[in-house]
Design a protein around this ligand. Structure first.
Ligand code: NAD
Length: 321
């Protein structure tokens, strides 16, 4: 009886291509601001990491952190247990996974594919069935925590996919982050990520708008912030990420809005979240306004600044006669 059960389990596992040995060899695609640090943290935890990025500079920087370079996606994923990617856009992710020289075609049967890019939830939903058909396993696992989180391995991962694939991904995710959530079926990691970022964008905009008004009415900025942080309007934006320069020393606003979460990435995430909301006709009146406001900041040439720069735009408007 016991033998029968374990045989059945093994059959299920092998049908699903689940690897029973410890995953050691990782291919990492996209060695940019986030991926460079994330791949380096995998090396620090003892994984063998082979990286691919079309940018030679990114490959050179990664080599200094012990990541061996490959000259194509196919060469990077050849023979590895796990593929991790963090790439810029829907199109790049779809091409990288489903293109003729892509991951799904060239990955070893039974490999686990983890995409940490921020994309439309339909992207992982398109990849998953093709991956399954080709005998490889796939989860979406976008991240929150920014470049600092990537550097310090304190990222939060929100994953979508089969529970046993998520469990299998944990040693890699734990090497790169501090918090790990299984949100549900494939694509649900992206839903959680876009929901979080739309709320962050709305709260950031609301904080900038209201602090600008209070200061313009003559309140001392520090007194106003102290009141908010001890009253019902308190939020991550007022406590950690205050958009008014000089009040929270560690906030991007206190270093000329540099080194934070770029306004252009906020616009990207809000546009993805808006598309998701439109698809299900979920009303997003505040999300729509936030999208437009951050887009205006971008069109004025401040896309590289932290998204809390929106305070400066409102301040400028308030100063107009
Ligand atoms: P980045 O532009 O710094 O890095 C992306 C890298 O991907 C670049 O080095 C680029 O050359 C490389 N690339 C492009 N096409 C490729 C391909 N086909 N194969 C392999 N590599 C390829 O961007 P980033 O800031 O590291 O962001 C990456 C992803 O992470 C995005 O989806 C972004 O929305 C998300 N994200 C970023 C942050 C952040 O604070 N930067 C935070 C959370 C999530």
């Amino acid at each position: 009886m016991a033998t029968g059960v374990s045989t059945r389990c093994l059959l299920t596992l092998s049908k699903r291509g689940f690897s029973s040995k410890a995953d050691k060899n990782v291919a990492f695609l996209g060695l940019g601001n986030m991926g460079g640090y994330m791949a380096a943290n995998l090396v620090k935890k003892g994984f063998n990491v082979r990286g691919y990025d079309p940018s030679k500079d990114a490959l050179t920087a990664a080599a200094k952190n012990g990541i061996s370079g490959a000259n194509s996606i196919a060469a990077a994923v050849d023979g590895v247990d796990v593929v991790v990617s963090i790439l810029p856009s829907n199109k790049v992710v779809l091409d990288a996974y489903l293109g003729k020289d892509g991951v799904v075609k060239h990955a070893t049967k039974g490999a686990l594919l983890i995409d940490s890019s921020t994309v439309d939830p339909n992207v992982p939903k398109q990849i998953f069935p093709v991956a399954t058909e080709n005998g490889v396993n796939f989860i979406d696992a976008p991240v929150s925590g920014g470049v600092m989180g990537a550097q310090n391995a304190t990222l939060a991962f929100m994953a979508g996919g089969r529970k046993d694939d998520f469990t299998r991904s944990l040693p890699m995710l734990q090497a790169m982050g501090a918090k790990h959530f299984h949100c549900g079926e494939v694509g649900s990691g992206q839903v959680a990520k876009l929901t979080n970022n739309m709320l962050m964008g709305i709260t950031g905009m609301a904080t900038a708008e209201c602090m600008n008004m209070g200061i313009k009415m003559g309140l001392d900025p520090q007194v106003l912030l102290d009141v908010l942080n001890n009253s019902s309007a308190r939020s991550w934006s007022t406590e950690v990420y205050c958009p008014v320069p000089g009040l929270v020393p560690t906030a991007p606003s206190s270093r000329n809005y540099d080194g934070g979460f770029k306004n252009e990435l906020m616009v990207k995430d809000l546009e993805l979240a808006s598309g998701m909301a439109l698809g299900i006709r979920s009303p997003i009146p505040l999300g729509a306004v936030a999208t437009q406001l951050y887009r205006i900041v971008q069109s004025r040439g401040y896309g590289q600044k932290d998204f809390s720069f929106v305070f400066q735009l409102l301040k400028e408007e308030a100063e107009k006669k």
